[in-house]
Design a protein around this ligand. Structure first.
Ligand code: NAD
Ligand code: TYD
Length: 355
């Protein structure tokens, strides 16, 4: 069966997508991932034994390595998730974001174009380059309104500006060279296997470790939360059935302030893992200096993907959050390994040094 490239498949969303594609599609999956601090092969434990799963530790900025992978596997499409993904890191050090998100996407587009231009019909017509992006490219909302496919771009953080650049490159490769692309822009994801620098896993792990729960500014900022498996299902649909050249906005219809998210998490933890000394985890909340340029509110109108492709989220925010808390409570080893320098050294010996 035809192969599909998934870039960033050892990351949070990529690993959920790889698991779902192996379970629910006939494709061979070629996971192309550099294994940065955010990439963890343990997130794919259940996949490694599957003969349809292939892994290549490759940087998407490495054109020669990408050309060799296209020649070897002859994929029918690419689902591109590899990226630097954390806003706070982009504020402190934007260089890797420019490199991977912009230069890496450009390099992957050029490798895909060179391969695609030599394909004969019907493979050429059927080929898809699916670029996975974020709602943060649209900027920040006030109290009213939602982002949709027609919203003008207005990125404000180094992360969102680098993702906006990559979205523009992908669309330009369609308009200029005819590369058959689709783009999706999704709201904040949460779920198992998210690196504990992001709000939800950070709060769960800090809470049970007895550490402070740092809330930026007033905690009134709003995000629209989507369970990661719902996003993966949307990606599968957009890849297979999205109209060439089109964009699809994906969102959870689950807007919550950061303060409400942390309070809800604390409530779930109080029930599933009561505090050793009694009292509620809410007592560990602290308000800290705000993130520079902190976007006030994100929210997605997912009407187009619902109407055109029949997608809607299956997980409610409460059920998804309970699953997520339970997963982090039960998976200490995964957490220890992603945080632990010794594990990074083990990775170097098993997967080779960084390309
Ligand atoms: P993540 O940080 O968990 O994973 C990123 C993966 O990309 C890692 O496995 C990493 O090793 C790999 N990678 C990084 N640089 C690479 C390079 N140069 N070459 C090859 N691989 C490289 O990210 P995530 O949260 O899973 O996000 C995946 C994608 O989805 C990103 O493109 C992100 O912008 C987008 N997105 C994320 C969210 C969210 O809430 N997390 C929401 C919408 C869109
Ligand atoms: P994050 O998970 O970093 O995602 P993004 O910035 O891409 O939306 O943050 C989600 C929200 O939580 C965002 O408004 C910033 C806030 N936040 C905190 O208040 N404290 C924290 O320690 C973190 C990591 C985030």
């Amino acid at each position: 069966m035809a192969a599909v490239f998934v870039t960033g498949g050892a990351g949070f969303i990529g690993s959920a997508l790889v698991r779902q594609l192996l379970a629910e599609s006939p494709y061979d999956i070629v996971n192309i991932d550099k294994l940065t601090y955010a990439g963890n092969p343990e997130s794919l434990d259940g996949c490694v034994a599957d003969p349809r799963y292939h892994f290549s530790r490759t940087d998407i900025c490495d054109r020669a390595a990408l050309d060799a992978l296209f020649a070897q596997h002859r994929p029918c499409g690419v689902i591109h998730l590899a990226a630097e993904s954390h806003v706070d890191r982009s504020i402190h050090s934007a260089g890797e974001f420019i490199q991977t998100n912009i230069v890496g996407t450009y390099t992957l587009l050029e490798a895909a174009r060179a391969y695609w231009e030599r394909l004969a019909e019907p493979a050429r017509d059927a080929f898809r380059f699916h670029h996975v992006s974020t709602d943060e490219v649209f900027g920040s909302l006030g109290r009213e309104g939602r982002f949709a496919e027609t919203t003008a771009y207005d990125p404000r953080s180094p992360y969102s500006a680098s993702k906006a650049s990559s979205d523009h490159l992908v669309r330009a490769w369609h308009h200029t060279y005819g590369l058959p692309i689709v783009v999706s822009n999704c709201s904040n994801n949460y779920g198992p296997r998210q690196f504990p620098e992001k709000l939800i896993p950070l709060m769960i792990l800090n809470a049970v470790a007895g550490k402070p729960l740092p809330i930026y500014g007033t905690g009134e900022n709003v995000r629209d939360w989507l369970y990661v498996d719902d996003h993966a299902r949307a990606l599968h649909l957009v890849f297979e059935r999205g109209a060439v050249g089109s964009t699809y906005c994906i969102g959870g219809n689950a807007e919550h302030t950061n303060l409400a998210v942390v309070d809800t998490l604390c409530g779930i933890l109080d029930e599933l893992h009561p505090r050793a000394g009694g009292g509620s985890y809410r007592e560990q909340k602290v308000f800290v200096a705000d993130r520079p340029g902190h976007d006030l509110r994100y929210a997605i109108d997912a009407g187009k993907i619902t109407q055109k492709l029949g997608w809607s989220p299956r997980e409610s925010f409460m059920s998804g959050l309970r699953r997520t808390v339970a997963w982090y409570l039960a998976n200490h080893d995964w957490v220890a390994h992603v945080r632990n320098g010794e594990y990074r050294r083990w990775l170097e010996t098993h997967y080779g040094s960084h390309p």
